[in-house]
Design a protein around this ligand. Structure first.
Ligand code: SF4
Ligand code: SF4
Length: 74
């Protein structure tokens, strides 16, 4: 039996300042510019987790520690 792995992305919208660094760094296009402002008037990105390979680059480079990425075995 082969285990399948998928990725989960969580963006803490209250911490995000909408800089889009993560959007620019994601080579998979799994993060896209957001269109809904958070309570500070910033625009958190939209995560397309089906495109994410769990590389963790966005989590590593987010200056506000607003992203968490993890892998789930199914
Ligand atoms: S890098 Fe962090 S703060 Fe900047 S848009 Fe992405 S989640 Fe928000
Ligand atoms: S973990 Fe990697 S592939 Fe997934 S959203 Fe972040 S930068 Fe993109």
């Amino acid at each position: 039996m082969n285990a399948r792995t998928r990725s989960e992305i969580e963006i803490d919208e209250g911490l995000c300042k909408g800089c889009d660094i993560c959007v620019k760094l994601c080579r998979r296009g799994a993060l896209q510019p957001g269109n809904e402002p958070n309570e500070m008037g910033h625009f958190p990105p939209i995560a397309k987790k089906e495109l994410c390979n769990g590389c963790g680059v966005c989590e590593l480079y987010c200056p506000d520690l607003a992203i968490t990425v993890w892998k789930v075995e199914e």
